[in-house]
Each structure stands twice: as C-alpha cells, then as structure tokens.
Design a protein around this ligand. Structure first.
Ligand code: A2P
Length: 282
C-alpha cells in the first residue's frame, strides 16, 4: 500500500466501528496498522482490549524454532504486547530466509520440508507465553485440519481457519466440517477481490456485478457489496473486506441494520460456482 494509506484507512475503520483487523508481516504495512491502533488508544477512542488483531506466520518461518521469533518480530513492528490471533498463513513451507518468495533458477518455488504438527506446537507455545491470545490457521483444507486435530498431545485446537469465502465460493463442505469442530471460518476476499490479474483468477466473473446480489440490494437500499457481506455473516462466516476508500470502508460496515430472508439466503447460496478467485498455485 502507498505510504500512509494503511495508517489512514485503519484509523477511519476504527472510527467507523471496526474492531477486527486482519494483517500480516507480508503485507508490509503492519507498522502502519500498529501506529493506527496506538494512536486511537492514545486518543481515548478505544482500549487495546477492544481491538482484535490477527497476524500471520509466513511460509518461510514454519520451522518450529522460527515461530516465536517471527511473532516477536511482528509484535515489535506493531509495537504491541500481543496479537489476538496468530495464524499459519498457508499450509506449505518455503525455504527459510529473508527472501519471501524463494525461487530456483527456473523460477520454481523452493519449498521446505517441515512438519505442520511441529509448527503447530510452536504456535501453542506462543499462546502459552501470552504473545497470542488465540491461534489458528489459514488456507487449510479438511485433511490438513484433521492432521492438527488428531495430533497426539494436542494442547489447543485451531480456533479459526481463514479461507476464501463469498457467494461465488461458499465452501459448504469445509464450513460444515469446521462448524462440527468449533472452528470459525474467516472468509477472505468476501467482495470477490480487487481483480488484480497478478494474483487473481479473473476468468471468474466479478462478484459485485452479480444480478441477484444487485436485485436483493435494491430491495433493501443496499449495495451488492453489502448484500454479499450480510450473506456471509448471516451464515456465521466472519468477513474481512478490504478497502482503502473512506466511503467504502463506511459502506462495508452498514450491514447490521437489515437481514436477508431464508429465501434470499438460499438464492445467494445457489450462486456458488466452486471457483476460486485466489488460486494459490504455489
Ligand atoms: P477499494 O480499496 O478501492 O475500496 P475483497 O475484500 O474481496 O478483497 O475486495 C477488495 C476490493 O474490493 C478492493 O479492490 C476494494 O477497492 C473493493 N471494494 C471494497 N469495498 C467495496 C464496495 N463496498 N464496493 C465496491 N468495491 C469495494
């Protein structure tokens, strides 16, 4: 993000009423997120405990001995004492080091063999040390979740699994599995992404142009974005819409003054195309 825009956006978001902030070291703006939170605390607008900050362990930091130092680095950048949630960002490990996307001479990712269960134990230790209030995962499929859930001596279950989730990718099976295990699904790209071709599969049509979402929105005097977000929260999926535009930041928060009928929920569920925008080909 351009310098300062994340700082401004997070401050506007907090003023608007947002409390859950989803960040990561690899977004390279964690220092601005931390600054925004600290400024709002200093202003008396919020207390630290009002904020729910989620940080992420990147692929190059999966070896167990790297987990705590990596979280400590994030806390230093944020200038906070703890994160509310720390999650394993992806279930695959890259070669450890300073290169975030390590590639060989043929442009292929250099992976690293680690045991996800060992990484998880290091995550548990971070919780025990008070550096993370809760721990979770992201982009895990059922098999990967089961590996953790069935780990001998498991101390803490993942509280959440952050995955792509929206009306065109509703994740019915994973949602059901996670519900059964009390794992909250946090849906990323709830608005169908920014459609940045460098990382988004744009062959799937734009979500916010969908006629059903727009027609339902018209009925409630809401936008397709608001209907998409309402749909997710109404089925128990946490949403983390991204916007750097003050008006849209506010718009995305105006979703608590209407509700969708069962029939509308079914109509939107039927839009599922089972196609990801974020393919994560690595
Ligand atoms: P912008 O930052 O200019 O608002 P997702 O949360 O699914 O990743 O989507 C993020 C993209 O959607 C961003 O490009 C963002 O652009 C845009 N966006 C965010 N809120 C809205 C909204 N209410 N209506 C239309 N586009 C939106």
């Amino acid at each position: 993000t351009p310098k300062g825009s994340c700082l401004e956006s997070v401050k506007i978001a907090i003023d608007t009423g947002y409390r859950h902030i989803d960040g990561a070291f690899v977004y390279y703006n964690e220092h601005e997120v931390g600054q925004a939170i600290r400024e709002k605390i200093a202003e008396g607008k919020i207390k630290r405990e009002d904020i729910f900050y989620c940080g992420k362990l990147w692929n190059t930091c999966h070896p167990p001995e790297l987990v705590r130092p990596t979280l400590e680095k994030t806390l230093k950048i944020l200038q906070l004492d703890y994160v509310d949630l720390y999650i394993i960002e992806l279930p695959m490990a890259f070669k450890p080091g300073d290169v975030i996307y390590p590639k060989d001479e043929n442009g292929k990712f250099i992976y690293h063999e680690t045991d996800l269960c060992a990484t998880w134990e290091a995550m548990e230790a971070c919780k025990d040390a008070g550096l993370a209030k809760s721990i979770g995962v992201s982009n895990f499929n059922r098999r990967q979740l089961e590996m953790i859930l069935n780990k001998p001596g498991l101390k803490y279950k993942p509280v959440s699994n952050q995955v792509e989730c929206h009306p065109y990718f509703t994740q019915p099976k994973l949602l059901e599995f996670c519900r059964k295990h009390d794992i909250v699904i946090v849906g990323y790209s709830p608005l169908g992404t920014s459609r940045d071709e460098t990382w988004v599969n744009v062959s799937s049509p734009p979500l916010l142009k969908d006629p059903v979402l727009n027609a339902i929105g018209k009925k409630y005097n809401k936008t397709a974005a608001q209907v998409a977000l309402r749909f997710s929260i109404q089925r128990g999926v946490v949403v983390i819409p991204k916007s750097f535009n003050p008006q849209r930041i506010r718009e995305n928060f105006q979703i608590f003054d209407f509700s969708l009928t069962e029939k509308e929920m079914k109509e939107i569920e039927a839009l599922n195309k089972n196609v990801r925008y974020v393919e994560l080909l690595m």
